[in-house]
Design a protein around this ligand. Structure first.
Ligand SMILES: [Fe+2]
Length: 303
């Protein structure tokens, strides 16, 4: 079964042009049916392949993470090792080879976790060509969307130009954890500008749970209120470092923006991205509506 090409294009331009796998209809379930069954939660950002980056050390830890994910009702994980100057060898071929080994191990262990290929890519002006050529990995290897790592402290120069060059090649951007960037916290208009231009935002589950500090949690909740969160993922790096779990963060999201919007973030959008299809997004808001500030004060805060 082939999907029609996605006509995704942000204001920076571009469109996707590959044939896509049947993620949305897997197991013969429609989106709403599988949601009712509660078996289709996908973690779009997880360092679960061992020995490739600062994720798990060995297969034992990877399998342990898989068991934890299943226990938390996660049914699928996009394996996203870093591709950075520190980890330059994690190209598409290396990730696919490791993924196949992991699939075999999960099968042997009778763990029913679906695995999808991915990578967390450091910003690099040559990324569009390297994705287009098939050298490096996009989300689910569709070349339609790429998970781009947002640095924690700085805003890289010429970022607008980078976004434009990606979208010009038909590769949509899913920006990983911008809520952890101190410069974006200070200038809230920047992320608004990028999202308005088609950039998608993935925030980290533990940010919403308060594990990254109060200012990160408050910024993340503000992004939810301003319709600037498209995916929540674990960004887990091991059984103890940001565990592979999403249910606690989902409870926070539901309390802030309601169940219907939470369903989009946790069910619909990840599956659309896996299939190379643009999420159905409402336009972002420059300011928080303000009506949920009361809820924000009530949310539990750890650490
Ligand atoms: Fe990550």
């Amino acid at each position: 079964m082939l999907y029609e090409r996605s006509e995704r294009a942000g204001n920076y331009g571009g469109s996707c042009s590959v044939s896509l796998p049947p993620i949305l209809s897997r197991a013969g379930l429609t989106s709403s049916q599988s949601r009712r069954k509660g078996v289709e939660v996908i973690d779009l950002h997880c360092h679960i392949l061992p020995g490739l980056d600062d994720g798990p050390q060995d297969w034992e830890e990877s399998v342990q993470m898989a068991r934890m994910a299943i226990k938390d009702s996660i049914s699928g994980i996009v394996c996203t090792p870093h591709l950075t100057p520190v980890y330059p060898e994690n190209d598409r071929a290396a990730i696919l080879a490791s993924l196949e080994q992991f699939r075999s191990r999960l099968e042997q262990a009778h763990i029913p976790l679906e695995l999808y290929p991915g990578a967390e890519l450091a910003i690099d002006p040559y990324l569009p060509e390297r994705i287009d050529s098939g050298e490096i990995m996009s989300i689910n290897d569709t070349r339609c969307f790429a998970l781009i790592e947002m640095p924690v402290e700085i805003i890289p120069p010429h970022l607008d130009r980078f976004f434009w060059s990606m979208q010009s090649k038909g590769v949509g951007i899913v920006l990983a954890h911008p809520e952890r960037n101190s410069a974006l916290m200070k200038d809230k208009s920047l992320l608004f500008k990028w999202v308005s231009a088609g950039v998608l935002v993935q925030i980290t589950a533990s940010s919403l749970e308060g594990e990254m500090g109060r200012s990160t949690r408050d910024f993340a909740i503000g992004l939810l209120e301003r319709r600037m969160v498209h995916v929540v993922a674990s960004d887990s790096h091991g059984p103890t470092r940001r565990r592979p779990a999403l249910s606690a963060a989902r409870a926070v999201v539901e309390s802030v923006i309601g169940k219907e919007e939470a369903d989009k973030i946790f069910y619909d959008n990840p599956r659309r991205l896996l299939a190379g299809v643009e999420p159905d997004c409402a336009p972002p808001l420059l300011q928080s509506p303000g009506k949920t500030s009361f809820l924000k004060r009530l949310l539990p805060f750890r650490k």
